[in-house]
Design a protein around this ligand. Structure first.
Ligand code: MRU
Length: 356
């Protein structure tokens, strides 16, 4: 397959229409279809169904959503305008509770809107702040990729889970961003993508976007990972994250299992995530793990796989204790755990001081 030139962008903003364009990820890999949300209800639906998904991409979509709400509000009186935009922000935040990037992107734009005196100034600020959130995600992913080179052997076999790639971000990716940067720098990388039951983000999305870029990728079922590690077929694990608390990394269900297996086989287990994924004041017990529909587990390829009378448990994410994480690859460098987690507080303080 030919490497593609244009960056793969899952979410784009078109203020002139106005609408948010998105790759309908539920249709991948059979079709790469661009759809448009011209109101916030349609955007919320695309997020709930996982046409738009992945923590940083949710942050970008949320930021664009608030800007779209500002652009489409029919209220010119400021209090009514703020009420419209706030209502849209609340609706979007309610779509998926676990990925903290969603509320991060939404709140950044909402805060700027609230500081303006009239609706047209607030709309202009909403658009520029949403684009800033998106642009920062791009530079952040590239910085994560560059820092990631420090922990990779020149020749390596990497296991990843779910999709922490361009499709989960504005472009490039976090875990897959490290892989892209390594391939670009001439590293010889072989990727094992776990299929990621029940919705197959690894098989459908990670495999699609890596093979599109000509990167060596092999799909395995989730249950094969331990065996590959035991056979010496994996050198390290890199995954993304939806939220990082002071004691755990929340990521796609199945991640914890890989961390336990990596520990048992003395393999490094890295998380690649931007600062916007950290919620370091919170603890694991504070976080709501999204429970998803029975059908996602009870059907496969349109065929019923579980008797109607049997219960299904379907949490979308799990928590991996930080004690199992070798390090977190951020845009500010690599945090070795647990001793360096406190550096996040310091980085945030420095950022706030810079913004004042
Ligand atoms: O339910 P999803 O597909 O939104 O879950 C996505 C993940 O768990 C990703 O690994 C995570 O968001 C990291 S994205 C860079």
């Amino acid at each position: 397959m030919q490497p593609s030139d244009a960056p793969l962008r899952p979410v784009t903003f078109h203020p002139d229409i106005p609408a948010i364009g998105f790759i309908a990820q539920t249709k991948l890999p059979s079709a790469c279809t661009i759809e448009y949300a011209s109101d916030v209800n349609r955007l919320a639906q695309a997020i709930r169904t996982l046409d738009i998904r992945g923590a940083p991409a949710l942050g970008v979509a949320g930021a664009y959503g608030v800007a779209l709400a500002a652009l489409t509000s029919t209220s010119t009186e400021m209090n009514a305008f703020i009420a419209d935009v706030t209502h849209a922000a609340e609706l979007l935040i309610s779509t998926r509770p676990t990925a903290v990037n969603l509320s991060y992107g939404i709140n950044r734009v909402l805060t700027r809107v609230n500081h303006e005196r009239n609706s047209s100034a607030a709309t202009a600020v909403a658009i520029s702040e949403a684009e800033a959130v998106a642009d920062e995600d791009t530079s952040t992913c590239h910085a994560i990729g560059e820092h990631g080179l420090k922990i990779l052997p020149r020749k390596c076999r990497i296991l990843t889970h779910c999709n922490a790639g361009a499709l989960a971000c504005r472009e490039w990716g976090t875990a897959l961003g490290v892989i892209r940067s390594a391939v670009q720098a001439g590293y010889e990388v072989q990727v094992y993508a776990c299929e990621t039951r029940p919705l197959l983000q690894g098989a459908r999305l990670t495999a699609w976007e890596l093979s599109r870029d000509g990167i060596d990728v092999t799909v395995i079922t989730d249950s094969m990972a331990a065996s590959l590690m035991r056979k010496g077929m994996i050198d390290l694990v890199i995954v993304g994250a939806d939220r990082i608390t002071c004691d755990a990394v929340f990521n796609k269900i199945g991640t914890y299992m890989h961390a336990v297996c990596a520990k048992a086989h003395n393999l490094p287990f890295y998380v690649a995530a931007p600062l916007s994924t950290f919620d370091e004041e919170a603890e694991e017990a504070d976080i709501i793990v999204e429970q998803r529909a029975r059908e996602e587990v009870a059907c496969f390829g349109g065929t019923k796989t579980i008797p109607d009378t049997v219960k299904v448990y379907n949490p979308a994410f799990d928590a991996t204790p930080l004690s199992l994480v070798t390090g977190i690859i951020t845009e500010y460098g690599i945090l070795r755990l647990p001793e360096e987690l406190t550096r996040i507080g310091q980085i945030r303080k420095e950022q706030q001081e810079q913004n004042q």
